[in-house]
Design a protein around this ligand. Structure first.
Ligand code: HEM
Length: 364
């Protein structure tokens, strides 16, 4: 598809085959798109599926996955990022039950789960949680509020910079502390601050959006909810289907062609922009028959909700864990979960880094 969002020389791809096999560097091996922000050419690494067939790892093509302990989801119990989703999910469901009904499953559940996990992974004191939430929410909001957003970014950068400096002295058992122990001064404080900031920005609204919408869809579809509640849908299968179906990174990935290339029969010149529409690819009937239907027992297809290739989502495993643990837990704890207001009265967040529902008032 030839679009004009980025001027004449821009292209949008939204079919699964075009994106996975060509534009997104699946089998073609030689597609050389640089990241529109960085302008680097991925070349072979991007084409050659750097993380194995399933795309389940979080290691980067350059081997830097080793620099992200705590984000693999395969660590020993007790290590940051492994069992924490279960503990956080359980504690948060308990808190919802104690306080309600009613409850807002966004403010009271979908946001606190990733937030609590991050605070623990990074070693952020609980009392700083609210101000971090405020600044993250501002930064993830796509309504143009440049001055406020610049202020939020500076505050976040200063806060995380101080956290890194402190953890360089104390090397606690956090993501940053472990990186310092493993890499010493190879990673300077500015790099560590960047490493800390990126998952916070990328992993907060995405998880909250997916969790909230998944619960909304299941409340609205009692048959599917029963499959999850009764264990007839495996949590792994349900999580993949929810990721595919919702595809909350709705704006698409923008790439800059660093050399002339042909994708799905379309000639793209060096310097052209390419927009990869992940939600559209994930609703391609070639990927999943009846793609608009949520089917929590569907054999999980290789969807693109977490991206693909060298920049595949670094937090894929924690994200999966949070969904696998938390969605069934809520449905089992509250078998009579229902909306407090009609679905048509709910407000969604189309102009946000991740699609979601603003509030999800429920009763049980
Ligand atoms: C349901 C939850 C999530 C969704 C749907 C999601 C989706 C995505 C997508 C589509 C990308 C772009 C991949 C690409 O460019 O090919 C991405 C990248 C990324 N994600 Fe996630 N993500 C989720 C959760 C998380 C979590 C929990 C974290 C952190 C713990 C995280 C950290 C990142 C980072 C750091 C990147 C950038 C990777 C890079 O550019 O190399 N994400 N994610």
């Amino acid at each position: 598809m030839h679009g004009d969002a980025y001027g004449d020389a821009s292209y949008g791809f939204g079919s699964y085959g075009d994106l996975h096999d060509d534009a997104y560097g699946g089998s073609s091996g030689g597609s050389s798109y640089g990241d529109a922000h960085g302008g680097s050419s991925y070349g072979d690494a991007y084409g050659a599926s750097a993380y194995g067939d399933e795309g389940r790892g979080s290691a980067h093509a350059d081997g830097s996955g080793a620099a992200h302990p705590g984000l693999t989801g395969t660590e020993a119990p007790g290590a940051p990022g492994s069992t924490d989703a279960a503990v956080t999910g359980a504690a948060t469901v308990d808190a919802v039950e104690r306080a309600g009904p009613p409850a807002d499953l966004i403010a009271d559940f979908a946001l606190p789960v990733p937030r609590t996990l991050f605070l623990e992974l990074l070693g952020v004191p609980a009392e700083d949680s609210d101000r971090l939430h405020h600044d993250l929410a501002l930064l993830l909001d796509f309504h143009p509020r440049h001055v406020e957003q610049q202020g939020a970014f500076e505050r976040l950068d200063t806060y995380l910079g101080a956290l890194v400096a402190d953890q360089r002295r104390t090397t606690p058992d956090t993501v940053v502390g472990r990186l310092i122990r493993a890499h010493g001064t190879e990673l300077d404080d500015a790099e560590l601050t960047g490493i800390t900031t990126q998952p916070l920005l990328a992993g907060y609204a995405t998880v909250a959006g997916t969790l909230g919408l998944a619960l909304l869809m299941l409340i609205d579809d009692p048959g599917q909810a029963k499959l999850v509640r009764d264990g007839d849908a495996r949590p792994e299968t349900m999580a993949e289907e929810v990721l595919r179906h919702l595809s909350v990174v709705a704006f698409g990935k923008v790439f800059l062609a660093t050399e002339d290339v042909t994708v799905a029969g379309v000639r793209i010149a060096a310097g052209d922009y390419v927009l990869c529409q992940l939600p559209s690819a994930n609703r391609d009937p070639a990927l999943a028959p009846g793609p608009d239907r949520l089917d929590v027992t569907r054999a999980p297809p290789h969807h693109l909700a977490l991206g693909h290739g060298a920049h595949y989502c670094l937090g894929a495993e924690p994200a999966r864990m949070e969904l696998r643990v938390c969605v069934p837990r809520v449905l089992r704890r509250f078998p009579d979960l229902r909306l407090q207001r009609p679905l048509r009265d709910l407000r969604f967040t189309p102009l946000n880094a991740a699609y979601g529902v603003e509030a999800l008032p429920v009763l049980w």
